[in-house]
Design a binder for this molecule. Structure first.
Ligand code: MGD
Ligand code: MGD
Ligand code: MO
Length: 760
């Protein structure tokens, strides 16, 4: 690379860093056409603020030993010596494994941690537990759990969410983009594992310049860039399935749907079309039926359906639309609508799930192998759906259903988390507190005093990515980045690898876990293994490690072809059938129907979420991903802090809703739901549909400031409000995107935010 600085990478962009007297200076990668403002959050990681500088234990656990404990989350923390603590934790592992076996250990450890192929906390922890006979793990993601379960049943794979038709194809060929949940610029700033070039905004702009038109279906107007001149359908949150079914009904009654496509490429279209006519419930799914549900005038729904069959149409459903109660329905209904339009498998047409939900989706096919840290096989193979963690901790031994199976929650006694923040990502945080208090030991690796660290018994002080070397690479990016160490570890922080090595040695698995390599040796080894093995076999000529380091990065060759999802299926469905029972797109699934779930029947239907606005909680909350940070990461960083209002997480509301409550822009407000309450800083905005409030995730859960203010969280963690219930028995997915709430003025002096202080 031509410019100076230490190459490094993050989920929100590759960058160069220079150590300075008081921290680090960060600059975007020179080839990035649209660097993310999130880069300005990075510098704070190099300061002691909110850092775990030494290993700590909770006093009650240290003195009284493991066990369910009501003090968890409010007890004192003691700094301890590394060796003493590793001995104690190894002893606790030996106890739990000896008395109860690996089914008593939970090492799912969901979370995004940091970029880098070796120091990936979750991979590290999984390898560690696989060396010890396994542990209960989680399956699927908070991001797109519904798609992970439903898409294989409907179209035979996860392609619509992993690698849909390429952006380049949309840019070149799409006439109309219908974006449910939008294509928010904020989300495409992030891509798991790292991203060198942020291209989504540019692709959308050039599609628009060519003449493509955009329809935004979302309660928020800014889910699509203003420059795209979108037609805004300010839909009622959670009603997309009704909108889509009504559009299907219009095509059916107009006779303008592609009957030949349904015949040749789908299964179950008869049942689905009959259901539109009311075969299931006697109700015709007309635009007039959908109007009161969606808040969209019947005439506009009818026009949109007719526009959709006029040219090449791409329907995209953001991941958020499925991160809801009955979230299977809008996604399946979108597939059905795209099938009726008949353009699946054509350039720029059909559907996708999650365009712009990250910067990676649709970027490239990601077919090349990447350097990979081996985790070994999981000897236990017991998994719980990722968002059912509190259920599992609170209901050991109890049955639950998922994807057609009857399962039982294991009794989890030892919980081990590295690289995730469940007290950010999970719903109904007071319930999660009860769940954590039911465990016997909670071990957390964290660079920062997050709320999860504060609810643990053992807090291992972890290094940040800036404090170590790694190789950066991601499925949707075309660079390998030689991530360099930017500064020495703060305090006594250690790499997750070093901590786990210490535990593994004490438990007799040290040699297997480390294979005798230091972290630095591993990084070089992963690169060289990749270079001489899978990369060479894929025809990639990468330089030896020393040259890679000197260059700072390596650029992968361009992908061989532009991707159009299901193009070969369309060309010859008998030779290239989908991996569904029928080999076709299943508009009605006998398999799913056979499960007998009333919360997810055999074809897409309209199901109204149980929690509807009422007198007590009249507003619909949209709890989306934040614009100013990645989840909860670096919430104390410059960009995140600049976005706060009155020192709290902003909550946006329409002017008429604010006026009805006598609320003014900039004031501190209280949000309440059936689960809990938090403070927020009010922003009055006409970009929000009336009756909706929007508050992003990721402000750290601050129960101390909450207690001072008489609320659950005094800073603005939206997950004290959300409901901890699965999407349906099919996917059991996170439904954190929605809740019903009330908002009122906060009376009195807002409490000081304490969550970035060192704990007592
Ligand atoms: N209400 C609601 N809730 C949601 C969502 C929503 O839409 N609405 N979205 C959900 C989604 S999609 C997701 S993906 C989740 C995200 O949830 P998480 O991925 O759990 O959130 P992060 O804040 O990214 O947590 C990562 C943690 O890893 C730590 N970390 C970083 N690097 C390292 C490291 O090297 N070692 C160690 N030990 N730790 C490290 C960070 O400090 C941070 O605390 O949230 C979910 N929660
Ligand atoms: N800046 C930033 N980018 C991120 C992340 C981050 O934390 N910060 N997180 C990353 C991760 S892990 C993920 S999984 C993705 C998440 O990607 P998404 O799930 O797509 O993102 P969200 O921001 O949760 O939601 C997108 C929009 O959906 C709209 N929406 C909500 N409910 C409804 C509804 O019922 N109907 C319709 N039509 N629209 C609705 C909201 O207005 C919201 O702004 O983002 C990734 N990108
Ligand atoms: Mo996510």
């Amino acid at each position: 690379m031509s410019t100076t600085g230490i190459p490094h990478s993050s989920h929100w962009g590759a960058f160069r860093a220079d150590p300075t007297a008081d921290g680090v200076r960060v600059r975007a990668h020179p080839d990035d056409p649209a660097p993310s403002a999130l880069l300005r959050n990075v510098a704070v990681a190099a300061t002691p603020t909110a850092r775990v500088l030494r290993p700590h234990v909770r006093r009650g656990w240290w003195e009284d030993g493991p066990g369910p404990d009501e003090r968890r989350g409010r007890d004192e923390f003691l700094p301890v010596e590394w060796d003493e603590l590793l001995d104690r934790v190894a002893g606790e592992y030996a106890r739990v494994l000896g008395e109860h076996g690996p089914r008593a250990v939970y090492a799912g450890s969901y979370g995004w941690a940091s970029a880098g192929r070796f120091h990936h906390s979750q991979s590290q922890l999984h390898r560690f537990s696989h060396c010890l006979g396994g542990a209960v793990r989680s399956t699927w993601t908070y991001s797109h759990n519904v798609g992970e379960v439903l898409m294989p049943r409907v179209v035979g794979s996860q392609e619509p969410l992993i690698s849909p038709t390429a952006w380049t194809s949309v840019e070149a060929a799409t006439d109309l983009v219908i974006a449910l949940g939008g294509l928010p610029a904020k989300n495409s700033e992030v891509a798991s594992g790292g991203i060198t070039r942020h291209e989504v905004a540019g692709r959308l702009r050039s599609a628009r310049a060519r003449g493509a038109e955009f329809v935004l279906v979302s309660p928020l107007r800014d889910d699509l860039a203003a420059e795209l001149d979108a037609d805004w359908f300010a839909v009622v949150p959670g009603s997309d399935a009704a909108l889509l079914l009504a559009m299907c009904h219009v095509l059916l009654t107009d006779g303008s749907f592609d009957a030949g496509f349904l015949e040749r490429f789908t299964a179950g279209s008869e049942e689905f079309l009959a259901s539109l006519r009311g075969a299931d419930d006697g109700v015709e799914k007309t635009p007039e039926w959908a109007e009161p549900l969606t808040g969209i005038a019947a005439g506009r729904i009818r026009d949109l359906a007719r526009r959709a069959v006029r040219g090449r149409t791409m329907i995209t459903v953001s991941w958020s639309v499925a991160r809801t109660r009955f979230g299977e329905q809008p996604l399946w209904a979108a597939v059905a609508l795209a099938a009726m339009i008949g353009q699946i498998g054509l350039p720029g047409g059909g559907f996708g799930h999650g365009y712009a939900s990250t910067g990676g989706v649709g970027k490239r096919a990601g077919t090349y192998p990447l350097p990979t840290f081996p985790q070994f096989a999981d000897p236990l193979r017991v998994r719980i759906p990722v968002a059912r963690i509190a259920d599992a901790l609170l209901h050991p031994g109890e049955p639950y259903e998922v994807d057609g199976r009857h399962e039982t929650y294991p009794h989890l006694r030892l919980v081990h988390w590295a690289g995730g923040n469940p007290f950010h990502h999970h719903q109904d945080l007071q319930r999660l507190q009860r769940a954590f208090r039911a465990a016997e030991t909670i071990v957390v690796h964290e660079p920062f005093w997050t709320s999860t660290a504060r609810h643990a018994d053992v807090v291992f002080a972890a290094t940040t990515t800036l404090e170590r070397e790694d190789v950066g690479a991601a499925r949707y990016d075309d660079r390998l980045i030689a991530m360099g160490r930017v500064h020495e570890p703060l305090g006594e922080a250690r790499d997750d690898y070093e901590v786990l090595s210490g535990l593994a040695h004490r438990l007799g698995a040290g040699e297997r876990f480390t294979e005798g390599r230091t972290a630095g040796e591993w990084v070089e080894h992963l690169y060289e293994e990749w270079r001489t093995g899978p990369a060479a076999r894929a025809g990639i000529t990468a330089p030896p490690h020393a040259e890679f380091l000197a260059a700072g990065e390596f650029r992968l060759p361009p992908e061989p072809r532009e991707k159009v999802m299901f193009a070969s299926f369309r060309a010859d469905p008998d030779r290239f059938p989908l991996r569904t029972p029928s080999g076709r797109i299943e508009l009605h699934s006998e398999t799913i129907a056979g499960f007998g779930y009333d919360d997810c029947p055999g074809h897409p239907v309209w199901l109204a979420p149980e929690e509807q606005p009422d007198e007590e909680f009249p507003l619909r909350l949209v709890a989306n991903n934040p614009a100013t940070r990645l989840h909860s990461q670096l919430d104390h960083g410059a960009t995140s802090q600049a976005g706060k209002v009155a020192g709290r997480e902003p909550v946006r509301m329409h002017a008429r809703d604010a006026a009805a409550r006598g609320l003014a822009d900039g004031q501190v407000v209280v949000l309440r739901s059936r689960r809990g309450s938090c403070l927020g800083g009010l922003v009055v905005s006409d970009a929000v549909r009336e009756g909706v409030v929007q508050m992003s995730t990721g402000s750290w859960f601050d129960p101390v400031a909450g207690a001072a203010a008489g609320v659950t969280c005094g800073y603005g963690n939206v997950n004290v409000l959300t409901r901890d219930v699965g999407s349906s028995r099919l996917s059991q997915a996170c439904t954190g995107q929605h809740a019903t709430v009330q908002v009122s003025a906060f009376e009195g002096v807002p409490p000081r935010v304490t969550i970035f202080d060192q704990p007592a």
